[in-house]
Design a protein around this ligand. Structure first.
Ligand SMILES: Nc1nc2c(ncn2[C@@H]2O[C@H](COP(=O)(O)OP(=O)(O)O)[C@@H](O)[C@H]2O)c(=O)[nH]1
Ligand SMILES: [Mg+2]
Length: 310
């Protein structure tokens, strides 16, 4: 069980290997994850989401550098819906983050979204656990904002930074689409462009309506990631929000929901797998019958459930 020791000691090669095992859904990975679980729960998991090109990677890079100057250990996971080896954006990220990658206190990994329904995969969730157990103080998870992944990141992260840029035209739509609800902090990046102040006002107005009765309205921070402007303020805002979430037990509630969802998800997967393997022929037989309208789908499902006597 050297791997466990090495991972807990923050050995980057062992961490990388374990994440690969997780991606391959290896049985060993599951056994190791069981054993390291008690060492998780200390890292602050920060999700960074927003449209492609909004500057998420640039922000992550600058955030990581400031956190490093405070001697914090950082894990970075870049989730991309395309293969990590074909995406030009990821290549760009690699080059940009090269100096970070050489830093002993930083671990960077890009992961695909395969596995989950177009969203953040279970593997990403487990990889975050590995980084957490390995002693990272912060885990920054960047996801391309294309629908389901934003919702998933909100479930996975303790704090979600929603990145928006002025002049994209889709900002108001995002507000309408309810994506606003997942942001704990709104980052208006590319504030060097026209319309940044107008976007801030628009978002603050929308948030004012959403959060009328709630205690804490999500802060809105202007940044220029390429120049490092606003990043110190962003780090401070994250810290203040962290204190608040901890003091009010909100963090505990959020994490409790996350763990409950995980257990229910595992149960669902296991029960379903079990049924599918044991009753695949019977299910096919019932499918044929339902196609011929000799049985309805409800009764078909009930027959299987009764056989299984769940
Ligand atoms: N003008 C300006 N450009 C930026 C800013 N932040 C990032 N960029 C540029 O926007 C492009 C996309 O940035 P990237 O971080 O890869 O975005 P991502 O796709 O959201 O990860 C890059 O060319 C960056 O240099 C900013 O604050 N202002
Ligand atoms: Mg990126």
């Amino acid at each position: 069980m050297d791997t466990i020791e090495a991972v807990l000691n923050g050995n980057k090669r062992s961490i990388a290997k374990l994440i690969t095992l997780i991606e391959e859904k290896s049985h060993d990975a599951k056994e190791i994850l069981k054993k390291i679980y008690t060492h998780t729960g200390k890292a602050r998991i920060i999700g960074i989401t927003g449209a492609p090109g909004s500057g998420k990677s640039s922000l992550v890079d600058k955030l990581a550098k400031i956190l490093r100057s405070k001697n914090k250990k950082i894990g970075i996971i870049a989730v991309d819906p395309t293969s990590p080896f074909t995406g030009g954006a990821i290549l760009g990220d690699r080059i940009r983050m090269q100096d970070l990658a050489l830093d002993e206190g930083v671990f960077i990994r890009s992961m695909g979204t395969r596995g989950a329904l177009g969203g953040l995969s279970k593997a990403c969730y487990d990889a975050a656990k590995v980084l957490d157990a390995s002693g990272m103080d912060y885990i920054l998870i960047e996801t391309v904002g294309v629908g389901q992944s934003e919702i998933d990141i909100a479930k996975l992260a303790d704090i979600v930074l929603l990145v928006m840029v002025p002049g994209m035209g889709d900002d108001v739509q995002a507000i309408k689409a309810g994506i606003m609800e997942i942001g704990d902090i709104f980052v208006i990046n590319k504030s060097d462009k026209d319309g940044a102040d107008r976007l801030v006002t628009e978002i603050e107005t929308a948030l004012g309506l959403c959060f009328e009765k709630k205690e804490l309205k999500p802060p809105v921070i202007k940044t220029i990631a390429t120049e490092g402007y606003g990043i110190e303020e962003l780090v401070e805002t994250i810290d203040v929000l962290w204190e608040y979430l901890t003091k009010k037990d909100y963090l505990k509630i959020k994490r409790t929901n996350r763990i409950r969802q995980e257990i229910i998800g595992l149960l669902t997967e296991s029960v379903l797998n079990n049924i599918m393997t044991t009753y695949s022929e019977k299910i096919e037989f019932l499918v044929e019958k339902a196609v011929k309208r000799q049985i309805d789908p409800y009764s078909a499902a009930e027959i299987i459930i009764k056989e299984k006597s769940l």
